[in-house]
Design a protein. Structure first.
Length: 248
């Protein structure tokens, strides 16, 4: 059992701390800037909380799950082993010789249930003992633990934003089109799921379909014309179609 101080009480901190507790670890304290969020998570974990950086409780490790811009502000108050959970911040943003990274590669929403066993966890550390502790923590909640350095993690985060956040933004545009014409968005769910499932067995470059991949310029021009009342989406459609044609 590892004793853990959870720094943060947002989406990631909530899911991660609950998963760690369920795996048999002890969350000794939750720290958050706001009392409401700290109290809510601490009550779920049955542990104390603080909103005072000077009162952060010592433990085997502090997991810093706050927004990137706040990491360096809070980490200087932690003088025991610590690891941040950021996809973009270098290991060196933590200022001690017992620092690490514990980065779960997933999108988190408090209201959505998460199965951590399937979530990749990326580990990095400047200390061999801490590295082992982080690997053990990762293995206790996930079947997919990877050694990923800071340079790799930065590029991985870019890839993740494109694959997840950008794709979801496209879903939003699709939903707006469906809503405008009284079409239930759920009619697209099987198509979206099949696209995601397909790339688990074949490369995205081989899975690409659609008018741009086929070189169907008449359909592309028709679609662009139908989007005349939405110049932003019209431009996005044209740019992505041109890019797909380039690589087809």
């Amino acid at each position: 059992m590892t004793k853990i101080t959870m720094i943060g009480a947002g989406n990631l901190a909530s899911h991660l701390s609950i998963a760690l507790k369920c795996a048999g670890h002890e969350i000794v304290q939750v720290y958050s800037r706001t009392e409401k969020s700290a109290d809510l998570l601490a009550s779920q974990l049955n542990c104390p909380y603080t909103i005072d950086k000077n009162s952060i409780a010592q433990s085997d490790i502090a997991l810093i799950a706050v927004k990137d811009d706040a990491i360096e502000e809070v980490e200087k108050y932690i003088d025991f082993p610590k690891a941040h959970t950021s996809g973009t911040k270098d290991l060196e943003c933590l200022t001690t010789n017992t620092s690490g990274v514990f980065y779960p590669l997933q999108t988190f929403t408090k209201s959505s249930e998460i199965e951590f066993k399937n979530i990749p966890i990326c580990i990095e550390s400047n200390d061999p003992l801490l590295n082992k502790l982080l690997i053990d923590l990762g293995n206790s909640i996930s079947d997919k633990v990877y050694a990923i350095n800071s340079q790799q993690r930065r590029q991985l985060h870019i890839a993740a934003v494109i694959a997840c956040n950008f794709s979801n933004h496209m879903y939003r545009f699709s939903e707006e089109i469906c809503t405008a014409y009284s079409i239930p968005f759920e009619i697209l769910h099987p198509l979206i799921l099949e696209t995601a499932n397909k790339i688990q067995s074949i490369s995205p470059s081989k899975a690409q379909t659609g008018p741009a991949q086929r070189g169907d310029d008449l359909t592309i021009q028709k679609h662009i014309s139908l989007l005349e009342n939405n110049s932003e989406l019209q431009e996005i459609y044209k740019t992505l179609s041109d890019s797909i044609k380039k690589y087809s």
